[in-house]
Design a binder for this molecule. Structure first.
Ligand SMILES: [Zn+2]
Ligand SMILES: [Zn+2]
Length: 187
């Protein structure tokens, strides 16, 4: 596949890693410890990392024969809404991340698709797509405030665990309701 032009990565962006000081010799290692503001839309509909919240990246960049392997963990705050009772949830994100980035013009670069294997762009790595994948894959599409959350009363919409046991809405039998009406009209 021909090389597609990339918009130039900005090395000052918080999720761009600079590998200039990492020797291109297999086994060379660099630790990266960085606190960055969370990008927009980092999460799913019901739960995610608030934009601008602090993400803590503890990574290592390792030279391998055809590129750089980035691995480590990402932690940060999660906020969301319980899929059953709609009450707010707060939790902690703590996900492993591991992604390989091939050197430009390496055999890997020439023989794989960019959707399969990431690429260095010059000396730079754009970590954001891999970070986004790792975070989103770790989240539940339908988060709950606790495993046994009973959800909402279907009649009044109040969380069932805030209501007394046996809470229900006495349904008047429609036949009795009809009789009551007749009685009223006779009066
Ligand atoms: Zn709940
Ligand atoms: Zn109710």
């Amino acid at each position: 596949m021909p090389h597609q032009p990339h918009p130039q990565l900005d090395p000052r962006k918080p999720l761009v890693l600079e590998t200039r000081d990492l020797p291109r010799r297999p086994g060379a290692l660099h630790a990266v410890s960085r606190q960055v503001p969370a990008p927009e839309d980092l999460g799913l509909e019901l739960i995610g990392v608030p934009v601008g919240a602090e993400l803590d990246l503890q990574l290592r960049m390792e030279s391998v024969s055809e590129g750089v392997l980035v691995s480590g963990t990402v932690t940060g705050p999660l906020v969301g809404e319980c899929g059953r009772c709609l009450r707010p949830i707060s939790a902690t994100l703590d996900v492993p991340i591991q992604e390989f980035y091939a050197y430009e013009h390496s055999t890997t670069d020439e023989t794989t698709d960019e959707d399969e294997v990431g690429r260095l762009q010059g000396d730079l790595i754009d970590l954001e797509p891999a970070l986004r994948d790792a975070v989103v894959l770790s989240l539940a599409a339908n988060p709950v405030c606790r495993e046994d959350c009973p959800g909402l009363c279907p009649d009044c919409g109040v969380p069932l665990d805030e209501l007394p046991a046996g809470h229900n809405h006495e349904q008047v039998d429609p036949r009795w309701a009809a009789l009551t009406q007749i009685k009223h009209s006779e009066e």
